[in-house]
Ligand binder design. Structure first.
Ligand code: NCD
Ligand code: ZN
Length: 363
């Protein structure tokens, strides 16, 4: 140690932030479902977010602008009293998507993006796209419109190991799409790998990536911690620890190409705790508390607002939300589960003590 160092007065201890007041955030990847489930889970999302990109993988899937308009009406009808939440609908792409209807729905602001599920990649994706090359005319139309395509980036070949499916798809299919359609706006949905965040960075700003709260917490070992944990099972499945760390770094980096997409995907407990359990984590109730904890742990709280409330709006060309929400450094213990139709849905990290609480929303 030098003399100067010895005599440098210690830096004043930084006061921890006690309260963060941010512009109201958006969730760019939400499964709201329908019927009783919609009614039960919507308050969780509407309680945290101003807008949500609503996934179209219902049964049957939302493939036409009329279906999307009807679904939006059902969402608005299920809205809890006093909630200020705008559902932004999406089109489920199939091998038979009608380009005229796609254009009409976008121009009339019925939907804001289209979702590309490779057929068989995940829950209710059986009607998804079987031949991505044949989708080219639709993607060209979207490129012209400036309409984002939201891609579930996983290979569907059963011979590809499930933990490699994202990286494999990115390398073999995503890059092809991006090179073929050089002006197309693409969201790499729920990034779970180092390769995912690297690809997003290298094609930004016309490519962006959403990151879920659970993939910031879980690695593939978490799925087996003390026994099989069906409520941590989702697609894409959580990967090795170094991937989780890369996601935390990307989310908290301040890079504008990353934003919130919780992929909150509720399933009844009976469907999860089963011999062949459904994929999906219901994280809507604990999303902001989880994200803010990560930013806190990574010393990145000043960068949280951009990740939560600005980057997505800019990417989609939407106005920034008015109004604010408070996040307070105060312990909270969210519900363990949400009752739905005589059963319940397990809440991600429900019942755990969180270091942060949700405060007031001002609209
Ligand atoms: C989603 C669902 O349940 O609809 N499941 C999931 O594991 N994330 C579908 C999806 O987004 O892949
Ligand atoms: Zn999803």
């Amino acid at each position: 140690m030098t003399v100067t160092e010895l005599f440098t007065p210690p830096a004043a201890a930084e006061q921890p932030v006690e309260k963060l007041v941010i512009r109201r955030p958006d969730d760019m990847h939400v499964h709201l479902r329908d019927g009783a489930m919609l009614k039960a889970v919507l308050p969780a999302t509407a309680g945290q977010f101003a807008r949500g990109i609503i996934m179209p993988n219902l049964t049957p899937p939302v493939t036409t602008s009329d279906m999307a308009a009807d679904y939006r009406t059902r969402v608005l009808k299920a809205m809890p009293e006093g909630a200020e939440f705008t559902p932004l609908m999406t089109c489920y792409l199939t091998d038979r998507t009608d380009p005229d209807d796609l254009i009409r729905g976008f121009e009339e602001k019925i939907w804001y993006a289209a979702k590309l599920y490779p057929a068989g990649a995940t829950t209710n994706s059986a009607h998804g796209v079987t031949d991505i090359d044949a989708l080219s005319p639709i993607l060209e139309t979207m490129e012209r419109l400036g309409m984002p395509v939201l891609i579930h980036g996983e290979a569907t070949d059963p011979a590809v190991d499930i933990f490699d499916r994202e990286a494999y798809f990115l390398e073999n299919t995503m890059v092809k799409i991006l090179e073929r359609h050089q002006g197309l706006k693409v969201v790499v949905e729920h990034c779970t790998t180092e390769q995912g965040v690297a690809l997003v960075r290298s094609y930004a700003p016309r490519v962006a990536g959403t990151i879920t709260p659970h993939h910031l917490y879980l690695n593939r070992t978490s799925l087996f911690q003390g026994g099989l944990r069906p409520h941590f099972y989702c697609l894409p499945v959580a990967k090795r620890e170094h991937h989780r760390l890369a996601l935390r770094k990307a989310a908290t980096s301040g890079e504008t190409c990353f934003f919130i997409g919780t992929d909150t995907a509720p399933h009844l407990r009976t469907a999860k705790e089963s011999a062949c359990g459904s994929a999906g984590v219901f994280c809507a109730l604990t999303a902001l508390q989880s994200y803010v904890q990560v930013f806190d742990e990574e010393n990145a709280l000043p960068r949280f607002e951009a990740f939560a409330s600005e980057n997505a709006a800019r990417f989609y060309g939407l106005p920034l939300n008015d109004g604010t929400i408070e996040l307070i450094r105060k312990p909270s213990r969210p519900l363990v589960s949400l009752p739905v139709a005589d059963v319940d849905v397990a809440v991600f990290r429900g019942g755990e003590e969180f270091g942060w609480s949700i405060g007031e929303t001002r609209v």
